[in-house]
Design a protein around this ligand. Structure first.
Ligand SMILES: [Zn+2]
Length: 289
C-alpha cells in the first residue's frame, strides 16, 4: 500500500477554488507543490488525489499541508464515500488542523452574493457516516468549528471584504443538503424554519469526520446565490461569474490563514472527542484528556 507522509495541516477545496489549479495558479512563491498527487486505496474506495505543499512562513520556517479537492473530483463516486476516503488519508497522515471553503446559497434575505461567511454551526440533512473512521471514539459537536482556525480565517476574510467592497460575517447556521441537485422552495422554507441561514452541499460530513480523527476544522463560505424561493429568481450565470472572479482570492485566503495559525493549538476541540469504554458501562464515555 502506498505510504501517506506525515503532515499536520490540510486544506479541503470546494466550489470557491474549483475554477483554478490550486495552489499552482496563485503564483505565490511561498507555496511549493512537492511530488506527485497522493492517491491511496482506503476501506471507502480510492482516495481523491491529494497534493502535498510546503508553505514558507514569514519567519522563514516551513509548514507542510495536504490539499484535497472535493468539488466534482470524480463522477460516479458519492460524496460521502469520497470524503471518508479523504479523511481516512488525513488520519493516516496525522492531520491535526483542516481548513475548508465552500459555496453557499443564502436562505436569509439580508446576505448578498459575494458575501463571505464563516458558519458557526451546522444542520446536517445528509445520511450519517459518523463512527466509521474511529469506532473507539464518539464526538461531541459542541463548537463544531475551531475558534482558532476561525480567527485566522476571519482576519483574512475581513481584509478581502475591505479590498473588494464586499462583506464578511462570522455567524450563520449552514444546512448541508444531499445534492447534487438544488433544493425546492418548499425545502428551503423548511430549512429556514429549522433555523438554517445558508445552505450548501459541503461542510458535512467533513466537520464531524475531522473531529473523529482528532483534527480541528473550520470553513469559510462565499455566497453564490439566493436559495430557491428566497427571491423571485436567482442568476445561474452570476454563480459562474463569482466562481471565476474570486477563485484566486479564495486560494490566497486559505494559504494566508494556514501560515498564520499559531504553532501550538490553544483551543478545546480535542476535548470534545471522547473515548468509548464499551466494556465498562459505568464509564461508557470518558475524556481523552
Ligand atoms: Zn481547534
Amino acid at each position: 500500500m502506498p505510504s501517506v507522509p506525515p503532515c499536520a495541516h490540510a486544506i479541503v477545496g470546494g466550489s470557491g477554488t474549483a475554477a483554478i489549479e490550486f495552489p499552482e495558479a496563485l503564483g505565490d512563491p511561498r507555496v511549493r507543490v512537492v511530488g506527485d498527487p497522493i492517491m491511496v486505496p482506503t476501506p471507502f474506495g480510492e482516495s481523491p488525489p491529494v497534493k502535498r505543499l510546503v508553505l514558507t512562513r514569514e519567519d522563514g520556517s516551513v509548514r507542510e499541508a495536504l490539499v484535497g479537492r472535493m468539488h466534482g473530483w470524480q463522477r460516479g463516486v458519492d460524496r460521502h464515500s469520497a470524503t471518508l476516503a479523504l479523511f481516512w488519508l488525513f488520519r493516516e497522515a496525522g492531520v491535526r488542523r483542516i481548513i475548508a471553503e465552500a459555496g453557499a446559497g443564502s436562505i436569509l434575505q439580508n446576505f448578498r452574493p459575494r458575501d463571505l461567511i464563516l458558519p458557526h454551526d451546522v444542520i446536517d440533512l445528509t445520511p450519517q457516516v459518523s463512527g466509521l473512521l474511529d469506532p473507539e471514539h464518539v464526538v461531541v459537536m459542541r463548537a463544531p468549528f475551531c475558534p482558532e482556525l476561525r480567527g485566522a480565517m476571519w482576519e483574512q476574510a475581513t481584509r478581502w471584504a475591505a479590498d473588494k467592497a464586499t462583506r464578511a460575517f462570522d455567524r450563520a447556521i449552514y444546512a448541508t443538503s444531499q445534492g447534487v441537485r438544488f433544493e425546492t422552495a418548499a425545502e428551503i422554507a423548511a430549512y429556514a424554519r429549522l433555523g438554517a441561514d445558508i445552505v450548501g452541499q459541503a461542510i458535512s460530513p467533513e466537520v464531524y469526520l475531522a473531529r473523529e480523527i482528532g483534527a480541528c476544522y473550520a470553513a469559510i463560505t462565499i455566497v453564490l446565490n439566493y436559495a430557491e424561493g428566497v427571491r423571485p429568481k436567482w442568476d445561474y450565470e452570476l454563480i459562474q461569474e463569482i466562481l471565476q472572479d474570486d477563485a484566486r482570492t479564495m486560494g490566497h485566503l486559505l494559504v494566508e490563514a494556514l501560515v498564520r495559525t499559531p504553532e501550538v493549538p490553544g483551543c478545546a476541540c480535542l476535548s470534545y472527542r471522547k473515548r468509548v469504554a464499551s466494556s465498562d458501562p459505568a464509564a461508557a464515555m470518558t475524556d481523552t484528556a
